[in-house]
Design a protein around this ligand. Structure first.
Ligand code: MN
Length: 287
């Protein structure tokens, strides 16, 4: 099942090249009172909503994929978790290019651990990425996004795949510089998720997917998730050895080699095989 959020908070089922409006299903999410939990209520309820989504899709209005504005498929992730230096060839380019490493000793994800990006940095793929700090380098990083479906702590790798709600394409936009990742990568619009969520049952082997990114039509990144240093199960084990994972948490699994700068007005195209593809604009001016 391919689920999207579109046109400012509507719920859609993506099927046969169309987005079918199933927004009334949102009314079936169990109501909760303040204080709201640090998780995404739609993602948590999704397994129970599948029948209702299918029923609603029989009567919902349908739109061409090209005519809708995609919001982030996860509205309220409690955490956006990043995986640094998680493709070997990206480790090597980070060691070789002082403008990526900025004096840091590039070791391994096992040594560095993971990092968090602010929830306020998250946008959908129909929004613009708005760059800051014109004098500094702002890079693209295409990554497979894993969306957690149920709560878990200290999850074993052998059980990890059961905790996945689905997958999306993500961009971990990055201001290069000496600050910690949680600061540099948390600028508004520096986390992109889209175009939709593909539920885990539809993805046979997420550790064997091509992914690529172009800027203004020029190829920049091209790899396969089989080159991940920590694969998806190990990332879930590693993240949950520190954090309790909650429904709707997004793990950006790391970027392959080919990271590079973008400028205002650029057009980024990003794709993960079997998941989806989107084009996103870099806004024509710095914020
Ligand atoms: Mn990254």
């Amino acid at each position: 099942m391919r689920i999207c959020r579109f046109n400012g908070g509507r719920l859609g089922l993506v099927q046969g090249g169309k987005v079918i409006d199933v927004t009334p299903v949102l009314g079936l999410i169990p109501a909760q009172n303040y204080p709201l939990p640090q998780k995404d209520l739609l993602i948590e309820a999704l397994p129970h909503l599948r029948g209702a989504i299918e029923a609603e899709a029989k009567k919902g209005a349908s739109h061409a994929i090209t005519s809708v504005k995609f919001d982030s498929p996860v509205a309220n992730p409690g955490k956006i978790i990043g995986a640094p230096i998680n493709y070997k060839a990206h480790v090597e380019e980070s060691k070789a290019d002082a403008n990526i490493g900025h004096g840091r000793n590039i070791t391994s994800i096992g040594d560095w651990g993971m990092f968090l990006k602010a929830g306020t940095s998250l946008i959908g793929c129909s929004d613009d990425i708005v760059l800051r700090f014109p004098e500094r380098r702002n890079d693209h990083e295409v990554e497979l996004g894993v969306v957690i479906g149920k709560q878990g702590n200290q999850i074993k790798a052998a059980d990890a795949m059961e905790y996945i709600a689905g997958y999306c394409v993500t961009l971990d936009m990055t201001l290069r510089g000496p600050e910690f990742q949680c600061f540099r990568k948390s600028i508004d619009s520096y986390s992109v998720a889209g175009p939709w969520l593909v539920t885990a049952d539809e993805v046979k082997d997420p550790n064997k997917l091509d992914l690529w990114l172009t800027v203004n039509g020029e190829s920049r990144q091209q790899s396969n998730t089989s080159f991940l240093v920590y694969d998806i199960a190990r990332l879930i084990e590693f993240a949950s050895s520190f954090y309790t994972l909650m429904p709707g948490d997004i793990i950006m699994t790391g970027t392959p080699e080919g990271v590079g700068p973008v400028k205002p007005g650029d057009l980024i195209e990003a794709c993960v095989e079997s998941i989806g593809q989107f084009s996103i604009r870099v806004a024509p001016a710095y914020a």
